[in-house]
Write a protein of this length. Structure first.
Length: 230
């Protein structure tokens, strides 16, 4: 059972029959709101409805002029959470990869019943600096040119980078479980360990897992982790 809707022009889906408790599902890069289906089936069996939505430039929003910057994403996440808070008695959060990072920025003042992060980006400043180094781009070059395409297919943005540096993740007071792949190339293990220690999270490490879990064995491990923690 699912119901499609538009929340201030943001395409969204509410999954499952009516419940008092909700889960907010924030997908990652190159994903879309429909990818919450498997998560929603597990959550429904545990007494939750789920709401998912398309980030800017994803899903139904591909081709729009509204870009997937951290500023726009934070605005949209707050719009969706306002709706979700008005609909459910308690609210929990699932964030994947980039969606986890956006959630950490947008929801630092919110209280969730529980939070689940899969392959989260936890230090965006470090990630952007690594991309700059790989592309031989200095801060001075980026500041002057504002945007620089890279051979990896990503476009470095000075306003994005500046926002990230001015908004470090220093507050997160929600019970949080993290699933992390031991071979994650985007988030170093020391970054994960520091975050877990600072914010008292529960960490599960999938051996030989990369940032994106794509094999059948990895998918089964994700399903098991979700069943244990939703």
């Amino acid at each position: 059972m699912k119901r499609t809707l538009s929340i201030e022009s943001i395409p969204a889906i509410v999954w499952g029959p009516p419940k008092d408790d909700g889960y907010l599902f924030v997908h990652g890069r190159m994903s879309r709101k429909e990818d919450a289906e498997g998560f929603a089936k597990i959550a429904a069996g545990k007494g939750y409805q789920v709401i998912s939505f398309d980030l800017p430039e994803h899903g139904e929003r591909k081709g729009e002029a509204y870009r997937c910057t951290v500023q726009n994403a934070v605005h949209d996440l707050q719009t969706i959470s306002d709706f979700a808070i008005s609909k459910w008695g308690t609210l929990s959060l699932f964030g994947s990869s980039l969606g986890a990072y956006f959630s950490l920025v947008a929801y630092r003042e919110l209280k969730f019943n529980k939070c689940l992060f899969q392959s989260p980006i936890l230090d965006m400043e470090n990630l952007i600096q690594s991309m700059m180094k790989s592309a031989n781009v200095t801060e001075e070059m980026l500041r002057e040119r504002r945007e620089i395409p890279t051979p990896m297919g990503e476009t470095l943005s000075w306003p994005y980078y500046e926002f990230v540096r001015e908004n470090p993740i220093v507050k997160w007071n929600n019970p949080t479980c993290i699933l992390y792949g031991s071979k994650d190339a985007l988030t170093p293990r020391n970054v994960v360990d520091t975050f877990v220690a600072n914010f008292h999270c529960n960490l599960a490490v999938l051996q030989n897992g990369e940032h994106y879990f794509h094999t059948e064995e990895q998918s089964m491990a994700v399903e098991k982790w979700l069943n244990l923690n939703i």
